[in-house]
Design a protein around this ligand. Structure first.
Ligand code: DQA
Length: 142
C-alpha cells in the first residue's frame, strides 16, 4: 500500500518563496509531516517534487504499477495542464488535489483547475496540513 505524494513546480522553494502567501515551512518539513502521517496510518509514501512537467507525467504513469492513490500539489500546472489531467485519468487511480493556499481567494486565473473535476477530493487553504488531511483520506479510501 503506497501513496505517491507528488509536488509540482517551484514547491522546492517553499519557505523562501513568497512567505506571506505560502508561509515559512519548507518542502522538507512538508515531507516530514507526510512521513509522520504515513507512519501513523500504516502506509508507505513516495514523496517527490519536480519542476519538469514531463517528469511529473512519467511519475503519474509509474504510479499505476506501484501506488494505490495519488496526492498531488500540481502547483501552477493545476491551472495550465491538460497533459497532467490526462495522465491522472489514464492511470485510473484516485487523486487528492492539495493546495497550501486557498486558491479561490487569489487571482482569478487560479480559480480554475484542470484536475478538480477528476479528483476524489480537493483540499486548499489549510496550509501544509492539507497534505496530512489528504493522506488520511487517501489511506482510508484509496
Ligand atoms: C499552489 C497554488 C497554485 O496556484 C500555485 O501556482 C502554486 C502553489 C498552492 O499550494 O497553494 O505554486 O498549488
Amino acid at each position: 500500500r503506497t501513496i505517491y505524494v507528488l509536488n509540482g513546480p517551484n514547491l522546492n522553494l517553499l519557505g523562501t518563496r513568497e512567505p506571506a502567501t505560502y508561509g515559512s515551512d519548507t518542502l522538507q518539513s512538508v515531507e516530514a509531516l507526510c512521513r509522520a502521517t504515513a507512519e501513523e496510518l500504516g502506509v508507505a509514501i513516495e514523496f517527490r517534487q519536480t519542476n519538469h512537467e514531463g517528469e511529473m507525467i512519467e511519475w503519474i504513469q509509474q504510479a499505476r504499477f506501484e501506488a494505490q492513490a495519488l496526492v498531488i500539489n500540481p502547483a501552477a500546472w493545476t491551472h495550465t495542464s491538460v497533459a497532467i489531467r490526462d495522465a491522472v485519468t489514464g492511470v485510473a487511480l484516485p487523486l487528492w488535489e492539495v493546495h497550501i493556499t486557498n486558491v479561490h481567494k487569489r487571482e482569478p486565473f487560479r480559480h480554475h483547475s484542470y484536475l478538480s473535476d477528476v479528483a476524489q477530493g480537493v483540499i486548499c487553504g489549510y496550509g501544509i496540513r492539507g497534505y496530512r488531511y489528504a493522506l488520511m483520506e487517501a489511506a482510508r479510501t484509496g
